[in-house]
Ligand binder design. Sequence first.
Ligand SMILES: [Zn+2]
Length: 543
Amino acid sequence: VTNGGRPALAAREARITLEDLAVGARFLAHLPRVLRTPLGLDEARQVVARRLDRRGPAFVDHVRATVYAHPASPYRALLHHAACEAGDLEQLVRTEGLEGALFVLYRAGVYLTIDEFKGRRPVVRGSATFHVDPGRVRNPLSALHVPARSSGSRGAGTPVVFDLAFIRGCAADTALFLEAREGTRWVHADWEVPGGGSLFRLLKLASLGARPARWFSQVDAAAPGLHARYRWSTRLLRGAGALCGVPLPRPRHVPVEDPRPIAEWMRQVLGHGHTPHLMSFASSVVRLCQVALATGIDLAGARFTLMGEPVTAARLDVVRRAGAVGIGRYGSVECGPIGYGCLAPSPPGDVHVLRDLHAVIQPGSAARPNVPDRALLVTSLHPAAPFVLLNVAMGDAAMMDERACGCLLERVGWTLHLSAIRSYEKLTAGGMNFLDADVVRVLEEVLPARFGGTPTDYQLVETEDVDGQPSLALLVHPRLGPLDADDVAGTFLQAVGAGVGVERVMALAWRGANLVKVDRRAPLTTRSGKILHLHSIPTPARD
Ligand SMILES: [Zn+2]
């Protein structure tokens, strides 16, 4: 794939805003307290137990404070349309339970699809029509401390900014997850792309007193076009850590196509009698394990947390062959962790829902055209969560069931399981998501304008190969005549990565990983058309 220079874009992106500076100042003011008073295991247990104990009342309090008290909240309009005032809500939760109440609300139209949540499509409920301004779904009670990423696909977007209180709140769940995995003494490392959840994860570990040992980045921080915010937030975090006596590692560039430095580091930790633990995207972990197998680096005993992409049998099989143990984690940048991987033998990718932080329901028989029956409708319960989520369909569907697996996570009180989690409207690759709408625009407008043909001549097929690696085939109809495949792939990546922020980062990572292959075949005829999410068909187990 060719990598042309785009200096104009780079210049436009490299601006730090006043809001960035304000966020940085608040971060510096509050971080010392978080780092100097680590959350202990006993405290973590109490925190989670207390939250599980009063989910219903906590939800009612949260909605009163963040929705009913805020005229601009889109949820207030939805609740009003459903004729549900604060007193009704309290009564509903008391009689139906939290999930029961959420289901009643969903049926009355109180929910948002991800497109509505991000203001891409108007909300239409009966005769009422309105637009969601993404700024108005932000939690008004959440302080802005830690920048994560821009969630907008084009233009400025809405920065996702975490409150340190939320990070500490999520750290309680992480502490219990690590304890269940016998990982309280592991040596941690993170390998993601700038602007993802790295800062969130590193701070979570630091707030448990478990200092991350290594910080790997899949994208070179010096890459042109990368938002200055990424470099700047990294410096800020390390500087603040040093001031508090908690030195944090410097990010080191390790591209997806050559993960050997990480495999070698893990081998070294194992050699010293310790257990290395790497958090990264599912496909990146698979690539690392393949390289370890191919180069004879023994990873027996290493641990991985696989994030951001489906955890399939094929992927876990590669990790196992490398002698390591991989467990999945399900979450989103908008709301933090939603589920942690089950430790009992269970379907690949099975996770326990962190019910102290979220409530999750499914429409079932009350499915709608844009909310399938197995869609996950997520409601946030933590008072400092970055966004107010009330029955938000984040674009994922799954199997959901309450059952006894016998693993330690169940004893925490996390008895609800999700498995076969798959995106139904996003393109997921290399650990990041694009909305189909953005990819479709590139396929239907940008490529025909540049290379000729019509929108029906282009199609993206997303799948995974036998080793669990994500693979994107860009089908281009042969009737368009000879074309430079590198030019077509480069144009696609460039156009998809043309936004400010995370999409740009992703385009860099994709280029590096050679993820998009141009295939001169006629697009396949299907109902869904432009993008085929072949990975939404769970991969059958190979053993
Ligand atoms: Zn379990």
